[in-house]
Design a protein around this ligand. Structure first.
Ligand code: FUB
Ligand code: ZN
Length: 633
């Protein structure tokens, strides 16, 4: 029988709150787009993942430690983390609703992990029982602390969602082992792949373990000593070339950098140390001004899955790993919690509806690893841009990362604050804040109508409702009605604040101007100069099908306004993300001219119409581009 304690009063979510945080998350019950994604997750993706963990030998790796399998270790060094991520997702899903198959997987796998743990607390199937590898012998690439991080996050999920502390006990014992081995003031170790830092802060939030918080702080403060060495891609790859709390740029491996920043921001949320937030703000500005794709993708370089130079954002060579999208979503959420800055949730929203949504097929059982913004007709898959989604990967970090992200999305819709509630993602949901129940109804992002109903009174002094005014709507009128009457929707610092809103019976109706926009890139992004993209609300679109030589007529495009020729729904169905669009275009007669010539000839001929669909719905099998060249001739 699982040891069941009453779940802590901490809110459900990947991130909770600390003593000095300005905001905190609140649990929600959802329906609408997030509900559909939840259903897909529990009905298709998780069962598929459970099957893949068997097929790829990932569970057998752990069974080998208990004598239940004699198979050789298979997979990447961090294979155990695939199991932990899947368990975390299962925990959040089971917390919402029971499911016999999921419950059986969860219980069996937790039991396996309990049995596999060593007497001294250590647990990692990539190292145990092997003659060729030894625990703690390779901090740069070893991933043991990374795996512990995912174990902790699964354990915290099981504790919060289910009140089941079996995994928590395993995670605490492993953490105790690590504290004993590397917790001393003069210890030097830290992990080549961050994640443990944020996880330890979560452990502290859950158990109150000061040792866990101290260890998170130590891992962050030690980083930059060059301890990891310049293995393979050099110290910046590991964010190890300078002290973590002095770095001003986003650099190196994108997932590592973003997870590290989740940990630093989490540390700030618990300790309130200004220096940690300052460095996060600086790196945040660097990210949003120089190094993020329109889709919320990050990582311009394939070789080391890393950030490139400022403005180095090639669409065709974009790496933009799915995990980096997940990691950015999580860091953006934490930055919002830390700063109250609405624009952080603009970034989270962009990542969610584009790069994260793109990571998985509509059906839910195939995945992308990299997410370029352009795929040519003749593109040969060379491990960089898949010609379609895949059922699983030998390096399977992305699929279960999506599972745990979709499973916990409900915790990112709003945040309770001392004087009321913020709503930061528009999705149908029910939130509970200060004693009031707030029900949101919307088909956003496909449609901009948002209806908010309040039942019950919030406590006195806690009745302010702050609605995020999406950054993509800047300059467009937003309309708001309160109990049927129009009220001023004044946007200040990205928020529309409605005083005394959290009182019984209040009904607010917000109209977000979800329309097609033409987006122009910063002129210093050389790779896409002279092109435009189409976005509808937060959803980035791509042109699909025979689009290599596509040119759109710049004369037909208003100054940042509507796409000429684009008509909502013209080309077919409306998905949860938005309708298919069409755009009038021309094709360049590319074969008619030499590769290089003295003529600046951009003559376009052959008028055509091209379909635009949400970037996340591109499924391979045809050429695709987000950025479309423009012509005035
Ligand atoms: O190293 C663990 C994961 O594998 C990284 O986060 C991904 O980029 C992939 O390389
Ligand atoms: Zn990944």
């Amino acid at each position: 029988m699982p040891d069941v304690r009453v779940p802590s009063p901490a809110p459900v979510g990947v991130t909770t709150y600390g003593a000095r945080r300005p905001l905190r998350s609140v649990p929600t019950v959802e329906h609408g787009i997030l509900h559909d994604w939840h259903l897909r997750n529990r009905q298709v993706t998780l069962p598929h993942g459970m099957q893949m963990l068997e097929e790829y030998g990932t569970l057998d790796n752990l069974r080998r430690l208990t004598g239940e399998s004699d198979a050789e270790f298979r997979g990447m060094l961090f294979a155990d983390s695939d199991v932990y991520k899947t368990l975390e997702a299962a925990a959040w899903e089971l917390g919402r609703e029971e499911d016999a198959a999921l419950r059986s997987f969860f219980d069996r796998t937790v039991g396996l992990i309990e049995r596999a743990q060593q007497d001294d607390g250590y647990l990692d199937s990539a190292y145990l029982g092997r003659d060729d590898r030894h625990p703690w012998s390779d901090f740069a690439q070893g991933h043991e602390l990374y795996c512990l991080g995912h174990l902790i996050q699964a354990a915290v999920g099981a504790h919060r969602a289910l009140g089941d502390d079996r995994l928590l006990r395993v995670a605490e014992r492993f953490t105790d082992h690590v504290v004993a081995r590397m917790g001393a003031d003069d210890a030097v170790e830290y992990c080549g792949h961050p994640l443990i830092e944020a996880a330890l802060v979560e452990l502290y939030r859950t158990t109150g373990s000061a040792a866990a918080l101290d260890l998170a702080s130590s891992f962050i403060r030690r980083r930059g000593a060059g301890f990891l060495g310049g293995v393979i891609f050099g110290a910046p790859y590991y964010q190890d070339e300078q002290p973590a709390l002095q770095a001003t740029r986003m650099r190196g491996h994108a997932v590592r950098a973003l997870y590290l920043n989740q940990g630093i921001t989490d540390l700030y949320l618990e300790t309130g140390e200004a220096e940690t937030l300052d460095v996060m703000r600086t790196q945040w500005r660097d990210l949003v001004s120089h190094r993020v794709y329109l889709t919320g993708g990050t990582g311009a370089r394939h070789e080391d899955e890393a950030f490139g130079d400022a403005f180095e954002l090639p669409p065709d060579r974009a790496y933009a790993e799915t995990c980096a999208g997940v990691a950015l979503f999580g860091w953006a959420w934490r930055m919002y919690l830390a700063t109250g800055d609405a624009s952080c949730m603009d970034v989270a929203e962009t990542a969610l509806y584009n790069i994260v949504a793109a990571g998985i097929s509509a059906h839910g059982d195939s995945f992308t690893y990299v997410n370029p913004l352009q795929v040519r007709d003749e593109h040969l898959y060379g491990g960089d841009a898949p010609a379609g989604r895949r059922r699983w990967f030998s390096c399977a970090c992305c699929p279960p990362n999506l599972m745990r992200t979709f499973a916990a999305l409900e915790s990112h819709i709003g945040a309770e604050r001392a004087d009321g509630l913020d709503i930061v993602l528009y999705a149908s949901a029910t939130l509970h804040a200060h004693g009031a129940t707030v029900t949101i109804d919307t088909a956003y992002p496909a449609d901009g109508h948002v209806r908010i109903r309040v039942d019950g009174d919030a406590a006195e002094g806690c009745r302010r409702l702050a609605l995020r005014a999406p950054g993509w709507a800047t300059g467009r009128p937003l309309t708001l009605r309160r109990d049927g009457a129009a009220v001023d929707a004044v946007v200040e610092d990205g928020w529309i604040v409605v005083d005394d809103a959290l009182v019984d019976g209040t009904v607010l109706e917000l109209e977000l101007p979800v329309e097609t926009d033409v987006i122009h890139p910063h002129p210093r992004i050389d790779a896409v100069r002279g092109t435009v993209a189409v976005r509808r609300g937060p959803v980035v679109y791509c042109a699909v099908g025979d689009v290599d030589g596509l040119v759109v007529d710049a004369r037909g495009l208003g100054a940042g306004s509507e796409v000429a020729g684009a008509a909502d729904g013209a080309a077919g169905s409306v998905s949860l993300l938005g309708p298919r669009l069409t755009i009038a275009a021309y094709r360049m007669p590319t074969d008619a001219r030499p590769l290089y010539s003295r003529d600046a000839d951009d003559t376009a001929s052959e008028k055509t119409t091209v379909e635009l669909r949400p970037f996340a719905e591109y499924d391979g099998g045809a050429s695709m581009r987000v950025w479309m060249p423009t012509s005035t001739t």
